[in-house]
Write a new protein. Structure first.
Length: 195
C-alpha cells in the first residue's frame, strides 16, 4: 500500500512531464476564405479616408503555447487589392502605386510576443513590399484558439493593427499633392491547425 502511495504521485509527475514535452509548436495554415487584411489611406491630406482589402492571402502561423512563443509568415497578393471601385483598383495595382507586374506580393515575417494569459499581444517583424524591407510591429488586439466545429481541428483567429509610411517603401503617389503617407493596416486572420 505504501509503495502505491509513492508510485501514484511519481506516475502523475511522469505523465505531466510527458505532457509538457509533447507541447511542441503547432503549425496553423492561414484560411484564405476567412483572412482579408484591410488598409486605410489618406486622400488629399485629410479630405477623406479610402479603405480597401486584399482578397488573397496565404501563409502560416506557429504557436508553442507552453513556451509562449510563436511566429507568423504571411504573403499578400497585392493584385487582389479591392477598394470597391474598378477604376481605382486599376490605378492601385498599376505602376503608379503597387506596380504588381514587377512586385506581385507583400511578405510579412514576424515573431509573436508580449504573451498575457497565454495569448500574444504583439508581433515584431519585417514587411517586404515594392522591393523594400522595413520593420513593422503589430499590436494584436485579440487572439483566440478553439476547436473548429466543422474541420474538427483547432483554429486560431486574431485581429492585429499596425501603421506604416508608404513612401518609405517607394510608394509616394500623391505626396506632392499633400497626401498623408501613413497607412493603417488592420489584419484579420484565421488559421487552421495543419497537423
Amino acid at each position: 500500500m505504501r509503495s502505491m502511495r509513492i508510485l501514484l504521485p511519481l506516475s502523475l509527475m511522469t505523465l505531466g512531464a510527458a505532457g509538457i514535452a509533447s507541447g511542441a509548436p503547432a503549425t496553423y495554415s492561414i484560411d484564405p476564405d476567412h483572412t482579408h487584411p484591410s488598409f486605410e489611406t489618406d486622400h488629399f491630406g485629410g479630405l477623406s479616408v479610402w479603405r480597401g482589402i486584399f482578397k488573397k492571402t496565404t501563409g502560416t502561423i506557429t504557436l508553442d503555447k507552453a513556451a509562449q512563443t510563436g511566429s507568423v509568415d504571411v504573403t499578400v497578393d497585392l493584385a487582389s487589392a479591392d477598394l470597391a471601385h474598378d477604376k481605382v483598383n486599376e490605378v492601385v495595382v498599376g505602376p503608379e502605386i503597387f506596380n504588381t507586374a514587377k512586385y506581385p506580393a507583400a511578405h510579412y515575417r514576424g515573431t509573436l510576443g508580449g504573451f498575457v494569459d497565454g495569448v500574444p499581444t504583439t508581433a515584431t517583424g519585417n514587411l517586404t513590399m515594392h522591393g523594400v524591407t522595413k520593420p513593422l510591429d503589430l499590436k494584436v488586439k485579440s487572439f483566440k484558439c478553439m476547436p473548429h466545429p466543422m474541420y474538427k481541428r483547432e483554429v486560431c483567429g486574431a485581429d492585429a493593427l499596425g501603421t506604416l509610411h508608404r513612401d518609405e517603401f517607394g510608394i509616394d503617389s500623391g505626396k506632392a499633392y499633400g497626401f498623408n503617407m501613413e497607412v493603417t493596416l488592420r489584419i484579420q486572420v484565421e488559421a487552421i491547425n495543419a497537423n
